[in-house]
Design a binder for this molecule. Structure first.
Ligand code: DGL
Length: 300
């Protein structure tokens, strides 16, 4: 791809929720943050696990709302976009780690480049092997974006898993939109997703599923609705905790002299930033000043 001719060639900017540009790099001079990255609100499911395991870590959440959604875009374009954002981010701050809390971006990075080592990246990927190990009757559904489902990585993982289990991959972009809407407090109906399922599974198959892989970080936000679609599912396989544990074991602990850690969210576009910012504030992100997080741990 010729980057200089691409519309992506413009230097990315990072915005705070009050529509000012991010000028807080000096805040992190002595305690480098963990960056949590996603196209939207999905990465909150990963941030929550990081907060549980490393309560005093500074977390800088970066939501690429300017490019949302990723799931229906071409892999090389997503990888190029992410590379550009991370390069820019690393010029401004020096994160202790970047957690790519987006399965679609992780697939694009694995298949189309990005210097993971240079950026100390941790990737979230759908744990299909764990699902096969956990499932009792080996009837498994993978829910993920179209980009993830058609990635080479997933195609290979599914081919391997099929030696031991029945696995039904379901590509859905609608569920990502639904998750964003729900978190923003908007009315959003699950009916079209329920109908989509009928294209993939007979009723008998749907009721036989005992394990669902949540292959998109947006989907744990919808767990209550998903339970109604798959009422006999005992195992909801979410990679968030696993990646958080990898970060804990492989990242040097930063000294954090302040009692309350910084939780800041940056956006890549000013569009709808106020609406977005409210969602993050409700989940404990957003303020430049340290905030007391004791009330924020559980969201439904
Ligand atoms: N949360 C992202 C993932 O895990 C995808 C959302 C999107 O389509 O932008 O794949």
């Amino acid at each position: 791809m010729n980057a200089s001719k691409s519309p992506l060639a413009t230097t990315p900017k990072f915005w705070l929720g009050d529509e000012t540009t991010f000028d807080g790099a000096q805040l992190f001079n002595s305690n480098r943050p963990i960056v949590v990255f996603d196209s939207g609100v999905g990465g909150l499911t990963v941030a929550r696990q990081l907060e549980r395991l490393i309560p005093n870590a500074n977390i800088l959440y970066v939501a690429d709302n300017g490019w949302f959604p990723y799931g229906n875009k071409a892999g090389p374009a997503v990888a190029h976009r992410v590379q550009q954002l991370f390069d820019r981010l690393c010029e401004r701050i020096s994160p202790s780690a970047i957690v790519v809390a987006c399965n679609t971006a992780s697939m694009a990075i694995m298949e189309h480049g990005l210097d993971q080592l240079r950026h100390n990246c941790f990737l979230v990927t759908p744990p299909i092997g764990d699902a096969v190990d956990t499932s009792a009757n080996k009837n498994i559904v993978l829910l993920a974006t179209p980009g993830t489902v058609k990635s080479r990585y997933i195609i290979q993982k599914i081919a391997k898993a099929r030696m031991h289990a029945r696995i039904w991959p379901i590509a859905t972009q609608a569920l990502v939109t639904l998750s964003e809407a729900r978190l923003a407090g908007e009315e959003a109906s699950f009916i079209s997703f329920a109908e989509l399922i009928d294209n993939y599974l007979t009723e008998e198959q749907r009721l036989s599923v005992d394990t669902v892989v949540l292959g998109c970080t947006h989907f744990p936000h919808l767990i209550d609705d998903l339970r109604k679609i798959f009422p006999n599912t005992d195992n909801w396989i979410d990679p968030a905790k696993k990646v958080a544990m990898q970060v804990v074991s492989l990242t040097k602990k930063e000294d954090n002299p302040i009692n309350m850690p910084l939780k800041i969210v940056l956006f890549t576009s000013k569009q709808d930033v106020a609406k977005y910012h409210q969602v993050f504030t409700k989940n404990g992100f957003g303020a430049i000043q340290p905030i007391d997080r004791r009330d924020f741990y559980e969201i439904a």
